[in-house]
Design a protein around this ligand. Structure first.
Ligand code: MN
Length: 714
């Protein structure tokens, strides 16, 4: 074991000559002591594991603090050493790191989904505090999965699945391609042994052919580069089994159709040479334009940079070629660990945007603590099966597969998202829910009078769009609750003041609310409006202590949410708003309607052609739809001009009855000797029934004219 420790020490000194070796020795001594008589599942001494984990961290060229913490990462879990012991022996920083790693392992949930959600949450929180916790955890997982063979089948599958679903994607997010690949390759063998074997065999049968092609292509490219005098190293590979598996699964194709089965990577010195190489390759061979991607100008969300292009030889063989600089290559392999700066400590990470995603996830989790939803959202983001679409100016936008034009709008800017109206995809006007494909050129049409609705949540797949829409709806709901609460409270206050013949000054009311620990009126109103705070007697007493028991009735309860007859319409994005029907135009189901926001009556629903709607007040207008499931008897008034002849009234009243409607009111005015005007109010379910009745009336002999008129609603 001592030999392995010296190897570790040499490895650290090779990239960090000034490393504190005494610290490493001390950490090793504590770890060796703590795990003294423990064995791994392989029957080997336990200390092999922490030594291997530390070696992985040294391969990442991390600081000695991380390596020391890696040596001791299982000490708190498996021995009598305590957190205080570590703080005393090594100081706060190392102690916190080890504690952070230990915390993630301690999962109380039994359910797999819940456990994953908890692990993820802990990892993300730990990572935003000190990213080294996750690097140690990744190294730990890497060694565990390398030695998975000694465990039982069920445990193996569980660890493999968690590795594929959480650890590998996190490594990807941090840009650590090398570790991600190894985690995935090993987990795939354990999770899908059958598929792995099948793909291996299938690729194996082509292996000699593939290597021959790759060697030939490599030689040809080398020749071109020599002529151009561009320095470059060329590596080649056959696509990894798990990537083939995913591609076959996703596109239901067979191996011959996998474009990037054969891939070469050209690593050169400068960006200019990357483009020069690309140019000469495109000159020499036919490339597939749809598969050409410039991640140098437009890096992936994890900062990956490279040019990808797929070429077809005259014999029909396809090769994917990646071109990048050495620095980009190192970045792609090591990600966040590539630029560790020993002098600056962790400060440089503050500005590393690869961590931005994790920060956003924490913010999101604060507002939406539901663990399952959090898990699904994070997982969706973690396994990006990406598409690349363009803005009209040619900027590439990276989205998840399945993303809609609405996702695109939010990817551009949240203001664009919040006010987008429609989209133009490849110069064709399409609805916002339209799904995008790689290569689409997308333009968003915005309008100040457009805003998010609940429905939008169904159209988006990216967590960014989802978060922004939910935030908007939440703000809106808060505002509406506050307005509704204010109406209820003002009503109550007026009632009370009238009774007591007493007037409260504003400050007095404020003072009473302050006693109830409300920071401002807004939050007080919001609590009432949302129903979080019921206006009952106890509550009234707390505001007006001098109140007699029978003196005041609690305010009318707000209408129930479900099944209430106020639910006759649906308001875009605002399921809970108070709705009343305008008295001027009395809409009935089936009419083209619009909602108008008022200060005191909530949303008033008018017919769209009502003259009382002022189109200049567009911001106050809301999209309103009839709720098809709800039925209600609407009152409608019809004015008729008829011949004044015997039996006329009974003919007319027979018509609504014949269509299942009851008449509520009828008035007849003599206009002249031969003509009368009839006002008739009757019940209808919807415009369709009204149409039938109107048609019936018009067809009645002696009816000259018919108009639908204004009427009070009840
Ligand atoms: Mn471990």
């Amino acid at each position: 074991m001592i030999k392995r420790f010296y190897e570790l020490q040499e490895r650290v000194q090779s990239y960090h000559p000034a490393a504190n070796i005494e610290l490493l020795k001390k950490a090793y001594a504590v770890a060796a002591d703590a795990h003294l008589n423990q064995l791994r599942a392989s029957r080997e001494p336990y200390i092999i594991h922490p030594l291997a984990v530390a070696a992985v961290l040294a391969d990442m060229r991390l600081d000695e603090i991380s390596v020391a913490a890696g040596l001791m990462h299982d000490v708190l879990e498996d021995s009598s050493y305590t957190r205080d012991d570590l703080t005393r022996l090594f100081g706060q920083e190392i102690s916190d790191l080890v504690w952070g790693v230990t915390k993630i392992s301690k999962i109380s949930e039994v359910d797999v989904e819940d456990a994953q959600a908890e692990t993820l949450k802990k990892m993300i929180i730990a990572m935003t505090a000190d990213v080294r916790v996750i690097l140690i955890k990744l190294a730990d997982r890497l060694h565990n999965i390398r030695t998975l063979g000694h465990l039982g089948e069920e445990k193996r599958r569980k660890i493999a699945r968690e590795t594929l679903e959480i650890y590998a994607p996190i490594a990807y997010r941090l840009g650590m391609g090398k570790i991600r690949d190894e985690l995935e390759d090993l987990a795939f063998v354990h999770l899908h042994p059958e598929e792995h074997r099948r793909i291996r065999e299938e690729v194996g049968s082509k292996y000699d052919w593939a290597i021959g092609r790759l060697e030939g292509m490599k030689a040809e490219i080398e020749k071109i580069l020599r002529e151009l005098e561009i320095p470059a190293e060329i590596q080649y590979r056959i696509k990894r089994e798990i990537s083939i598996f995913r591609k076959l699964q996703r596109q239901s194709i067979d191996l011959d159709q996998v474009y990037d089965l054969l891939a070469l990577r050209i690593v050169t010195d400068t960006v200019a040479n990357c483009y020069a190489i690309m140019g000469s390759i495109h000159q020499r061979w036919t490339h597939i334009p749809a598969r050409w991607r410039d991640f140098i100008t437009n890096p992936k969300s994890n900062f990956y940079q490279s040019i990808h292009t797929t070429i077809i030889t005259r014999e029909g063989a396809k090769f994917e070629i990646q071109i990048r600089t050495r620095e980009m290559h190192r970045n792609a392999e090591e990600g966040i660990a590539a630029h560790w700066k020993y002098k600056e400590g962790l400060a440089f990470l503050e500005h590393d945007n690869r961590l931005q995603w994790f920060r956003e996830m924490i913010e999101y989790h604060k507002t939406n603590p539901d663990p399952k939803e959090f898990l699904s959202l994070v997982k969706r983001d973690l396994t990006p099966n990406e598409i690349y679409v363009f803005t009209p100016k040619g900027k590439v936008i990276n989205l998840e597969a399945g993303a809609s034009a609405l996702d695109f709008a939010y990817a551009i800017h949240s203001e664009v998202g919040d006010h987008c109206k429609s989209a133009v995809v490849n110069e064709k006007l399409v609805p916002l829910k339209t799904r995008l494909s790689s290569g689409d050129v997308v333009e968003i049409v915005t309008n100040k009078a457009s805003w998010p609705s609940q429905d939008w949540l169904k159209y988006v797949v990216t967590s960014r769009a989802r978060r922004k829409i939910m935030a908007y709806l939440q703000r809106e709901e808060n505002q509406l609750n506050a307005e509704r609460g204010q109406r209820q409270f003002q009503r109550l206050l007026r009632q009370y003041q009238k009774k007591r013949r007493q007037h409260f000054r504003e400050e007095e009311v404020d003072a009473r609310l302050a006693e109830l620990h409300y920071p401002d009126r807004e939050s007080f109103y919001r609590d009432i409006g949302s129903g979080r705070k019921a206006i009952d007697r106890t509550f009234l007493k707390s505001i007006f202590p001098e109140l007699g028991a029978a003196e005041i009735k609690p305010a009318r309860r707000p209408p129930r949410r479900e099944g209430d007859e106020f639910r006759l319409v649906r308001v875009e994005g605002q399921p809970d708003i108070d709705v009343t029907f305008a008295r001027c135009c009395t809409p009935i189901k089936g009419d083209d309607i619009v909602g108008y926001m008022t200060g005191h009556r909530g949303l008033v629903v008018h017919r769209r052609d009502c003259p009382n709607i002022n189109p200049k007040l567009a911001p106050r207008l809301k999209q309103v739809m009839w709720n098809e499931e709800q039925s209600h008897a609407y009152l409608v008034q019809i004015n008729l001009t008829v011949a004044d002849k015997p039996g006329m009234l009974s003919h007319i009243t027979a018509v609504p009855a014949a269509h299942g409607s009851s008449i509520r009111k009828i008035e007849l005015d003599q206009v002249s000797q031969a003509m009368a005007r009839i006002r008739m109010v009757f019940e209808v379910q919807d415009t369709r029934q009204l149409q039938l009745i109107s048609d019936g009336l018009r067809a009645t002999s002696g009816v000259y004219s018919l108009t639908r008129r204004k009427i009070a609603r009840r």
